[in-house]
Ligand binder design. Structure first.
Ligand SMILES: C[S@@+](CC[C@H](N)C(=O)[O-])C[C@H]1O[C@@H](n2cnc3c(N)ncnc32)[C@H](O)[C@@H]1O
Length: 324
């Protein structure tokens, strides 16, 4: 038997959780004792009864939901500089790339700015106030803050409990699960959003298709990721990745004296722009309404249509689909 303080401060009892390694990404996943989940909004499908293998089987480590806690959120410091706030041109791009350079040194600034920019980009397609937004691979808490500040009900899903744990703030529902098997009901969210996760998923198209499934008709799916041949495709091993994955790891190790955080072909996969475009255009249940390089000015949208060049120049692909 184990005793643990739940995400809301309640105590739970039951068999000891089995900390196991995720087959997809080497992540630590908790196994939740059957029936020990909380689902304040009735969003979560913990029965797995939809007949298509969807939905969270709470006995398989999916579907741990945290109701919003009464904790007081820390100050949010990630606002865009004012001139960049209303821009979809060079001013915005420069602000984003400047912040990008301080990701390691000042993550609060970087993620805050990325999150507020993402919310602004999503708001171009849907009025967020009062809407339920699912964030797959939610990662840092700045996204939770930014979506909540826009009036959305925020549901965070991440495969790594260490990413989910800091999200337990007022107004956030937090769920440990894989994007490839979302423990949510069909059509249960207004917006399914995922930023910089597709390239970390072993089955990225499955993750993306799951996002379409859980979005209601008329709702919006936003998927964004850094493709492998992008200047940042190898993440911290960039630009060595242009010499090949194995060489990138060797060169990184030689320079830094340790392995890179992302393990190529284990937790970071070689995705392409063409792959995302192909997936988006093949969706019977959703229409592609926008494909653009995420960080570039609006007038550079067409870049994503140019084969080969788009792979090295897009940097990060931003796809918006509307569920039929
Ligand atoms: C690079 S972070 C991105 C965080 C945030 N969305 C952003 O844009 O900054 C990737 C996140 O996705 C999570 N992740 C990786 N593979 C996943 C999967 N298959 N399903 C759900 N989450 C996953 C990781 O645990 C991590 O928190």
């Amino acid at each position: 038997m184990w005793r643990a303080t739940s995400l809301r401060g309640r105590r739970r009892t039951g068999p000891a959780p089995d900390k196991r390694t995720s087959p997809a990404a080497g992540l630590r996943m908790p196994t939740v004792p059957p029936g020990q989940h909380e689902d304040p909004q009735g969003v979560v499908d913990c029965e797995g009864v939809d007949g298509r293998g969807h939905g969270g089987d709470c006995t398989r480590g999916h579907g741990r939901v945290a109701r919003p806690s009464a904790g007081r959120p820390a100050p949010y410091t990630g606002a865009m500089p004012q001139r960049a706030e209303s821009s979809d041109g060079l001013v915005r791009s420069v602000a984003l790339f400047r912040a990008f350079r301080v990701e390691q040194a000042d993550p609060e600034r970087f993620y805050g700015l990325l999150a507020s920019d993402s919310v602004r980009m999503v708001s171009q397609h849907v009025h967020l106030s009062g809407r339920r937004v699912l964030d797959v691979g939610a990662g840092p808490r700045q996204f939770a803050r930014a979506f909540r500040d826009a009036g959305a009900e925020y549901v965070a899903v991440d495969a790594d409990e260490r990413a989910i744990d800091p999200l337990h703030e007022r107004g956030t529902h937090a769920l440990v699960a894989f994007g490839e098997n979302l423990p949510l009901r069909d059509g249960s969210v207004d917006v399914a959003f995922s930023s910089n996760v597709f390239e970390h998923a072993r089955r990225p198209e499955t993750l993306a298709t799951e996002m379409v499934r859980v979005t209601r008709p008329g709702g919006v799916v936003v998927l964004s990721y850094t493709n492998w041949l992008s200047p940042w495709g190898g993440h911290e091993t960039s630009p060595y990745h242009w010499l090949g994955g194995e060489r990138a790891v060797r060169l990184y190790r030689r320079r830094h004296g340790h392995d890179p955080k992302n393990r190529i072909d284990e937790t970071l996969f070689r995705t392409s722009v063409a792959q995302g475009m192909r997936w988006a255009r093949s969706q019977a249940d959703a229409e592609l309404v926008l494909a653009r390089p995420r960080y570039y000015p609006r007038w550079m949208h067409a870049l994503v249509e140019v084969p080969a060049i788009r792979e090295v120049a897009t940097w990060n692909l931003w796809l918006v689909l509307r569920k039929r």
